[in-house]
Design a protein around this ligand. Structure first.
Ligand code: SAM
Length: 318
């Protein structure tokens, strides 16, 4: 565990180390469900990229001319083990990965509003395969910690960063529920695509407040429903076929949550409808996607008959 020394003394080091060890003992078991991702991760780690570019829409790790054509095929086969790829695009030693989400579009919505990231300590909560962590790396942060409980995404990031070699990026198999141990650790916390999965969103926001240094910034992006009234949809079963959805707020409801959690200088800076050019089925994600989640006769409704999702973007300070 290399990142513990990068955290300030205010962190609850004992609890973080205990949780980390517990998760490592679990994931290091010789079980099929772990080996299906650990084995390709270890295979990919043998290639070290000389040329990386994190500043463009496609996160590029290594170029095709650094390896042989046989190696390129081997790399592609191992990358396929992490399907379905949800976030991207990536290019890995010339293998182009067109993921379900064009995450570059989300990043482009954010980047004008980002606080200074250079030399900062950052958390990306629910970081998935680390697409945004690599985009942050282009801005020279001191350290970015990704919290991601999914074994698939954890090993996918580990594989990508073993090839990319960014010593200021790391990931742990933790979740948003562990933020309470990271007392006053982060200058910036990203919480994107998470809050509607939380049964108690205001408590989650309070945990983020705890984890921020005084004056720190939260960048929050979430699904939302249209409307001016400060209310949240609480779906019966799934929302847009997604299980585990609790509260889907209007923008004004979200602002109220953030304010009541104790944040200040709250700014809602973008809002748009979800469209199939942002989230769609690709060669690297062969299952259903957004167009299957909306009512084909009325795309302003989900298949369950709820208002179709917007995405809203907000920043706020401690
Ligand atoms: C909808 S995706 C959003 C990914 C990314 N943040 C983005 O905005 O594109 C939700 C992510 O949260 C992760 N996740 C699931 N449970 C979590 C938890 N308790 N804490 C943090 N992340 C969690 C999932 O594995 C997944 O990678």
């Amino acid at each position: 565990m290399h990142y513990i020394d990068r955290l300030p003394a205010t962190a609850d080091h004992t609890s973080i180390i205990t949780e980390h060890k517990r998760k490592q003992a679990w994931v290091n078991q010789e079980k099929k469900g772990f080996l299906r991702y650990r084995t390709p991760c270890q295979a990919l780690a043998q290639w070290k990229a000389h040329n990386c570019d994190f500043s463009a829409d496609t996160v590029s790790i290594g170029t095709g001319d650094e390896i042989s054509s046989r190696e390129k095929i081997l790399i592609r086969e191992n990358l396929k083990a992490f399907m379905p790829w949800r976030k991207g695009p990536f290019s890995v030693f010339g293998n182009d990965i067109d993921a379900e989400w064009r995450s570059n579009l989300k990043w482009n919505q954010l980047r004008e509003e980002l606080p200074e990231l250079e030399n900062k300590i950052i958390a990306d909560v629910g970081c998935n395969n680390g697409y945004y962590m690599f985009r942050m790396a282009a801005r020279k942060p001191r350290f970015v910690l990704g919290l991601e409980p999914s074994v698939q995404h954890y090993y996918c990031f580990k594989a990508l960063n073993a090839m990319a070699g960014c010593s200021n990026l790391d990931i742990d198999l933790l979740g948003v529920e562990h933020l309470k141990y990271f007392v006053e650790c982060f200058d910036v916390v990203f919480l994107m695509g998470i809050i509607y999965h939380r049964p108690s969103p205001v408590d989650t926001l309070r945990d983020i407040l705890t984890s921020l240094q005084p004056g720190g910034t939260m960048i929050l992006e979430t699904q939302a429903i249209p409307g001016k009234t400060p209310v949240a949809l609480f779906p019966d079963g799934t929302y847009a076929k997604v299980p585990g959805t609790y509260f889907v707020p209007t923008a004004s409801c979200l602002i109220n949550w953030v304010r009541k959690a104790g944040f200040k200088n709250i700014k809602l800076f973008a809002s748009h409808a979800m469209t199939p050019d942002i989230q769609r089925r690709t060669e690297w994600m062969i299952y259903e996607s957004l167009s299957d989640y909306l009512d084909p006769a009325d795309p302003t409704r989900t298949v369950e008959g709820y208002p179709a999702p917007l995405r809203v973007f907000l920043k706020a300070e401690k």
